[in-house]
Ligand binder design. Structure first.
Ligand SMILES: [Zn+2]
Length: 69
């Protein structure tokens, strides 16, 4: 999914690895946040649960039960 840098307004794509990490984190802690670095200005961009909830696919993943291994 796409994210926009809050510092320089550059749009960039969140990698699947980062998304998986974020989903796991938000499932454990609803108020947690993740910082990803903007590819252009290198400053941290905050990713919160709400960011993922805007996308219906990731909202479903957040609401689903944790997988049993
Ligand atoms: Zn930036």
């Amino acid at each position: 999914m796409q994210l926009k840098c809050s510092n320089c307004a550059t749009p960039f794509v969140l990698s699947k690895e980062v998304l998986a990490e974020a989903i796991a984190l938000f499932k454990e802690n609803k108020t947690a946040h993740l910082n990803v670095n903007c590819p252009k200005c290198r400053r941290p961009v905050r990713v919160v649960r709400k960011t993922l909830e805007m996308n219906p696919i990731y909202r479903k993943m957040l609401e689903s039960e944790p997988e049993q291994s």
